[in-house]
Design a protein around this ligand. Structure first.
Ligand code: APR
Ligand code: PHB
Length: 412
């Protein structure tokens, strides 16, 4: 028998394996150290609930993975309440509006006037750094670079997660499993397919995104509808601009040298003034496809799916991270209810509670995507899009609808 390395660890001999299987006992086993998994782990910690996070990539990879950067007011509020918002408060950029540009003119959607709320621009990878630091400073257990993760018996009272690390097999015995392992993870596929319903729409376009060492050319985000295609001006800091342009879903990056990227962005973001985009060295570029995806229900017995493991939104509404946080806020509250009162009613309602927001956010993300992206074919659609843009930017009611969804609907 292996020696106990940890009060909660004990080794057992697995007849199917030539080596011992080290076992760990915890309350919640979490697969994935993205925003969903890390926010959940810290929320549980704050309620005195023990968890272990399993992540198959390295800490460095997770902290350097460039993703989205817009935080709803509710997400900012929650991160501050969790005590992980200090650097976000210092470095995050507070924005009280966005610009929608079409027909050579810019139209500002004034969040402060329309909702009294703001968004904060702060890179997702920065949040990951803050959360990992907070977890480790609280003696939280995050196992990076694990391999062959699999989930078991989650339809019993004794779920377990097995994984390999350093050539050894390990097993986590827990009360619940949180599948926070993203769209390509292993948790959702582990649920019997006849128990799930998938809703999906794949878009005929994607985004080519760049991170550039150039000062932002506007203080706020610019969403541009142009005959050549959609473009988005965002940022990460006073020195770093984040830009995207609509492309085909399988665009070949090799056909996009830096000068072509800048030329296309200048064209699509131009207006009738002498405004020009600041250019600079491109630090990172990539192409991402675009889909809307929801799986129902978001739970199966004692396994709960959260974030991209359960749903994907097109990035036009800047909702992916915020929806992941909203899911785990519901899950943490339900788990606290179970451990403090022994009642499963909130856990039983987890999926229904999350899906109400998920579908509202899916609608908004689809609507922003459909309004702003040029798609070939019927000229009727292009005229309809221009009419929608004209209505949204000239009607207070329509602007307010966009604004309240963009800054974030009230959390459940
Ligand atoms: N075992 C362990 N970890 C895994 C496995 C696995 N089999 N598969 C995936 N993971 C990890 C990934 O490496 C990633 O760190 O799970 C994590 C999932 O994180 P995300 O994909 O970021 O998903 P989520 O936490 O739901 O956050 C959604 O992140 O990707 C963005 O656009 C997305 O903004 C959205 C947000
Ligand atoms: C980003 O800054 O990465 C960003 C901003 C707004 C979006 C999508 C991405 O809609």
């Amino acid at each position: 028998m292996g020696l106990r390395k940890h009060p909660d660890e004990f080794a057992s001999y697995d007849p199917h394996e030539s080596k011992q299987v080290t076992q760990i006992r915890t309350q919640v086993g979490i697969v994935g150290a993205g925003p969903a998994g890390l926010v959940l782990a810290h929320l549980l910690h704050l309620e005195g609930i023990d968890s272990v996070v399993l992540e198959n990539r390295s800490r460095q990879h997770c902290e350097e993975r460039i993703r989205a950067g817009v935080l709803e007011w509710g997400t900012v509020e929650l991160l501050n309440q969790m005590g992980v918002g200090e650097r976000m408060q210092r470095e995050g950029l507070i924005h009280y509006g966005i610009e929608i540009r079409f027909g050579g003119r810019g139209h500002r959607i004034d969040f402060k006037d329309l909702t009294g709320r703001a968004i904060t621009v702060y890179g997702q990878h920065e949040i990951i750094k803050d959360l990992i630091r907070a977890r480790l400073e609280s003696n939280g257990q995050i196992f990076f670079e694990v391999e062959d993760v699999s989930v078991h018996q989650f339809d019993t009272e004794y779920p377990s997660i097995r994984y390999r690390q350093d050539g050894n097999t390990h097993e986590i015995r827990c009360d619940f499993i949180a599948g926070c392992d993203g769209f390509h993870g292993i948790c959702r596929p582990a649920i019997p397919t006849d128990a799930l319903t998938v809703y999906e729409r794949v878009y005929p376009f994607g985004w080519l995104g760049i991170l550039a060492e150039a000062a932002p050319s506007s203080e706020e985000l610019i969403y541009a509808y142009n005959d050549c295609g959609f473009a988005l001006h965002s940022m990460r800091s006073p020195q770093i601009t984040r830009l995207y342009l609509q492309c085909s879903p399988d665009e070949d990056l090799a056909k996009w040298p830096e000068d072509r990227i800048w030329q296309e962005l200048q064209t699509r973001l131009a207006d009738d003034s002498d405004w020009r985009l600041n250019e600079g060295p491109i630090l990172q570029k990539g192409v991402t496809g675009m889909r809307s995806f929801v799986v129902e229900p978001m739970q199966y017995s004692r396994m709960f799916l959260a974030g991209d493991a359960a749903h994907i939104v097109p990035p036009t509404g800047a909702k992916g991270l915020n929806l992941a946080v909203a899911d785990v806020r519901v899950l943490a509250r339900a788990l606290k209810h179970f451990y403090s009162l022994g009642r499963t009613n909130l856990l039983d309602q987890y999926s229904v509670t999350c899906l109400r927001r998920v579908w509202r956010v899916q609608r908004f993300s689809w609507w922003m995507t459909s309004m702003l992206h040029r798609h070939e074919g019927n000229p009727f659609d292009q005229r309809r899009q221009l009419a929608e843009l004209d209505y949204v930017t000239s009607s207070r009611a329509a602007s307010q609808s966009l604004a309240e969804n963009y800054v974030g609907l009230p959390m459940e």
